[in-house]
Design a protein around this ligand. Structure first.
Ligand SMILES: *[C@@H]1O[C@H](CO)[C@@H](O)[C@H](O)[C@H]1NC(C)=O
Ligand SMILES: *[C@@H]1O[C@H](CO)[C@@H](O)[C@H](O)[C@H]1NC(C)=O
Ligand SMILES: *[C@@H]1O[C@H](CO)[C@@H](O)[C@H](O)[C@H]1NC(C)=O
Length: 918
């Protein structure tokens, strides 16, 4: 004894030490009792607490640790009144303090630095100590909401709370700005909940919130005069977000791209001054449940959210600046063009305020001067604009004068502007433009004085232009680093470009073949052009990321070698044949990663077959541009000698025709009515998308059940785009060589060759008739007068008694179904109206069908989610995508690349696999 390891202490010292220690423990223990005693006197302790005996550790709502120190006080929701004594700070073992939901008053006392949970919301405390959080390194949870504290700022000592997970201080009298330490680089690695609503905060959302781990960010309803302001740009990289309430503030600018926000379910942005087009990524959020956008100045087409998403009444026109009040209805091409012009300028508030309606000329939009219904002058002078000049100005062919002087515009003057046919004057003076000046025709007056760097090749990196002398050497170093980084990026970019140019030796050829179908100003693919987005956060690292290279040059990376296609189709063996047609043969195949594909091998017909080649290129041109969950996706193609092959996603259930009319022969069950309905809606959506693409209108020309393919879940996709025609810009009707299928061809088209979108609407009507009746569009086995389905259907439809007899007998008719069948029959008749002008638009068809489908699937948001974000686009998203695709041909476009990456996961992983396999 006594010889045990006691370090340097002798046994007597050790016992002295123990004694001292126990004395301290006992005295602090006594002190704890004393302090609880004081607390008992400052609040109205109810009898039910049984705060009577000697041992406070036995009192209700008081919890002690093993050494009998008070560890927790939990007196929440007890109707307590009174104040808290400042002696509470001496409970040094306290880890948990809860007094929420009482009527306690006075100033809140300091508490122990060992505190972990601190819950005092819903009381009447009127003062919160500014340095309360100092040194509280164990604090995890703070809930101080709904107390009438006199105004205080979030102190920088909050940074001591490195364990913080929850900070909830709504209606807590907080003023000043949101400090910049809540982000990932700050001290709070584990902060997930930050609630600062209903305070007196002002200023911006700090940029440091970017990349934070915050899941719930509630900053709505600030009561200060200026409220929270600035843009919501930082949300773009808050990928952990589940809930964002920013409503009731003064935020401006557009809603940022939220495509990486897989968990986001609740978005409330109403009552701000947000402008711009609602990003497709918001509509496509896979887990979105609630969204509130009312009372902003949002522009473009009103978003159409998925079934099951709770939306506030943002359709109420006048509360936003949408171009129409029908969700999903596209804006006029001119509106779309003007919006894309102001996009890189950040959708200026001043413009958004007056840009109402769908006709810029009729509604006298600020900055836009019209003459005879065409835009003649753009006047954005002196508006404090920042951002860049959109190359898309070039599409505004009617413009004669563009005034952009006296702003803060950066970037270059796009070469495209020199191609404006009617341009007389362009004034960009007094901005921050740089780079080469385009060569305008001689008669164009081009003013550009007051842009120090214009004419110089690269923008001077002027980090210290306004700078303070002290930092100039740091600025030089940073400048050098930036230049080196940029050089590196350019070199890598050029290398990649060269590599892919080589790889895609047919890409150029293809491009030539397809330019006929692509608007000219989009077609000129200059060399590696680095165009930063308008938001100044150009992401250099994304350019260097290995995935990026895969997406440049849409066509070239979709090129697949014939060897690979031979491999995956078992050398085009008989067993792999899925179907045959006039166009060639379709084979099934499986890639190395298990992706099922369908390979369409066009009839090889030697050199003379110009028609086949043009259908082939047409199909590629269309399918590399259009993407929609209801259009069969093109995964790649192959052009090798006379071989022409197209590779699609596989649609295992085959063509609709098989299920609709030939089901007996194919050994299938007849389709249930609700399946027919949802197929019809899928098709309608696919076609609506084709018809509504921005300034381009695609017409399918050959809609019929054999061109509608079904997936395993019986969702339908439109296929076969070989006959698709792109309406010439600005024209909705034009003449072509006749093509299509008898029985589905609109009469005016058959008679005159005049092609409009209504030709597809007619064919769609015939398909609906087939769905209702279960019979073919042309049935030679019937008596002469009944061969033609449309004629027969019209005749029977007009007669109430005969109509029920034409309904497909395999449809189980209950009352509800009958109503639904009747509606669809009516719609079918409407679609097949003789006069094309009397046929509805596809968007009308979608509007009629979707409620019918919903009746059967009341709350099934997953319906639209089956394909993931990928193809889940409403029309406005599609428009956005379209723009991105068009803008990004063969260029390194930073803004569009991100859309690409996420918009096409399925496709790109396949093409990546394929190109690696080569
Ligand atoms: C935001 O509000 C502050 C006042 O709190 C003001 O100084 C600042 O200019 C505003 N910023 C913007 C972008 O409106
Ligand atoms: C929209 O916001 C209002 C108030 O801000 C709220 O009452 C309503 O429930 C919200 N709607 C949805 C669908 O979240
Ligand atoms: C407006 O533009 C269209 C198409 O460019 C043209 O046909 C028409 O003549 C123009 N109107 C006027 C008044 O310039």
């Amino acid at each position: 004894m006594g010889k045990h390891d006691l370090g340097g202490f002798g046994a007597p010292f050790f016992y002295d030490f123990l004694f001292l220690l126990s004395f301290l423990v006992i005295s602090t223990r006594c002190q704890d009792a004393e302090i609880i005693g004081i607390l008992k006197n400052t609040i109205n302790v109810p009898v039910s607490f049984e705060w009577t005996g000697q041992d406070i550790c036995k009192w209700k709502h008081i919890v002690c640790d093993v050494s009998k120190r008070v560890k927790a006080i939990q007196i929440g929701n007890q109707n307590l009144q009174g104040t808290l004594p400042k002696e509470l700070v001496m409970l040094t073992a306290l880890t948990r303090f809860e007094c929420q939901g009482n009527s306690l008053t006075g100033s809140f006392p300091y508490l122990s630095k060992s505190l972990q949970k601190f819950i005092i919301h819903d009381n009447n405390f009127n003062l919160f100590p500014q340095d309360f959080f100092k040194g509280m390194s164990s604090l995890q949870e703070v809930r101080i909401d709904d107390n009438p504290f006199s105004q205080w700022n979030i102190p920088s000592s909050l940074k001591d709370c490195v364990a913080l997970q929850i900070f909830s201080a709504q209606s807590a009298g907080i003023s000043g700005t949101i400090p910049d330490f809540f982000g990932r680089d700050g001290p709070f690695a584990g902060l997930v909940f930050l609630a600062l609503s209903d305070n007196f905060l002002e200023g911006p959302l700090p940029a440091s919130l970017s990349d934070s781990s915050i899941e719930n960010l509630l900053v709505n309803g600030q009561n200060s005069n200026s409220k929270l302001n600035g843009t919501l740009w930082v949300l773009r990289r808050m990928r952990s977000l589940k809930q964002i309430w920013a409503n009731g503030n003064a935020f401006t600018g557009p809603i940022p791209n939220l495509q990486q926000h897989d968990q986001l379910y609740d978005v409330n942005l109403r009552d701000n001054q947000l402008t711009g087009v609602v990003p497709p990524s918001l509509v496509a959020l896979p887990n979105l449940k609630f969204v509130n956008l009312t009372n902003n100045l949002l522009q473009g087409s009103p978003p159409r959210f998925k079934i099951g998403v709770g939306v506030d009444n943002n359709m109420d026109k006048g509360r936003n600046q949408y171009c129409t009040n029908v969700a999903g209805q596209p804006c006029s091409p001119l509106v779309n063009l003007l919006l894309s012009i102001v996009e890189p300028l950040g959708y200026p508030l001043k413009l958004a305020q007056s840009w109402q309606g769908n006709d810029p000329c009729a509604n006298r939009w600020t900055g836009i001067v019209c003459s005879g219904g065409n835009v003649s002058v753009i006047n954005f002078q002196n508006m404090g604009l920042s951002g860049t000049i959109c190359p898309c100005f070039a599409s505004l062919t009617s413009v004669t004068k563009i005034f952009l002087a006296n702003n803060d515009i950066t970037g270059t003057v796009p070469n495209e502007l020199a191609s404006l046919p009617n341009l007389q004057e362009l004034d960009v003076s007094n901005n921050h433009l740089y780079g080469k000046v385009p060569s305008f025709p001689k008669d164009v007056v081009f003013r550009y004085e007051g842009n120090p760097d214009i004419g110089k090749k690269v923008q001077q990196t002027q980090t210290s232009s306004k700078g303070n002398g002290n930092n100039s050497s740091i600025a030089v170093i940073i400048g050098v680093i930036v230049i080196v980084a940029i050089l590196l990026v350019v070199v890598v970019g050029v290398l990649l470009l060269v590599k892919f140019r080589r790889k895609g030796k047919y890409a150029g050829k293809l491009q030539n073949l397809t330019t006929a179908l692509v608007p000219p100003h989009y077609g000129d693919g200059n060399a590696a052009k680095i165009s930063g987005g308008g938001h100044g956060e150009g992401n250099v690292s994304s350019l260097l990321s290995p995935t990026h290279s895969v997406y440049q040059g849409e066509a070239s990376n979709m090129l697949i070698s014939i060897q690979i296609l031979r491999e995956v189709t078992n050398n085009f063996s008989e067993e792999n044949i899925l179907g045959k047609g006039g166009f060639g043969t379709v084979y099934k195949g499986e890639l190395h990663d298990g992706t099922k594909i369908a390979v369409k091998r066009m009839q090889s017909a030697g050199l003379v077959d110009q028609k086949g080649l043009s259908e082939f290129t047409a199909e590629i041109a269309v399918l590399t541009k259009v993407r929609h969950k209801n259009l069969v996706a093109l995964l790649g193609f192959c052009l090798d000698g006379n071989e022409r092959l197209l590779v699609y996603e596989c649609m295992p259930q085959g063509a609709l025709s098989k299920h609709l009319v030939d089901w007996k022969e194919a050994g299938l069950k007849p389709l249930e009515w609700k399946t027919r309905l949802s197929i019809a809606l899928d098709v309608a959506r696919g076609v609506e998308y084709l018809h509504g693409l921005a300034q381009q209108i695609f017409i399918h020309r050959d809609l019929k059940p054999s061109n509608i393919l079904l997936g395993d879940d019986m969702h339908a996709k439109v296929s076969d785009f070989g006959l698709v025609r792109l309406a010439p810009e600005g024209k909705t009707s034009f003449q072509t060589r006749l093509a299509g299928t008898f029985g589905y061809m609109a009469p005016e088209y058959a008679a005159t060759g005049r092609l409009t979108t209504k030709v597809d609407v007619y064919s769609f009507g015939v398909i609906l008739m087939e769905m209702v009746t279960g019979r073919k569009a042309l049935d030679d086995s019937l008596p002469e007068e009944n061969i033609h389905l449309v004629t027969w259907f019209r005749k029977m439809l007009t007669n109430k008694d005969s109509f029920p007899t034409i309904i497909d007998p395999t449809i189980k008719l209950d009352e509800e179904t009958l109503v639904s069948v009747n509606t669809v029959a009516g719609l079918a008749g409407h679609c097949c109206a003789r006069d094309p002008y009397q046929r509805p638009d596809m968007s009308h068809v979608v509007n009629v069908l979707s409620p019918l489908v919903q009746v059967w699937k009341p709350l099934e948001p997953t319906v639209d989610e089956i394909y993931g974000i990928d193809f889940d686009m409403s029309l406005p998203e599609a428009l956005q995508m379209w723009r991105h695709f068009e803008g990004s041909d063969n260029t390194f476009d930073l803004t569009s690349s991100s859309t690409h990456v996420n918009g096409n996961n399925a496709k790109s992983s396949v093409s990546a696999t394929l190109s690696h396999a080569q």
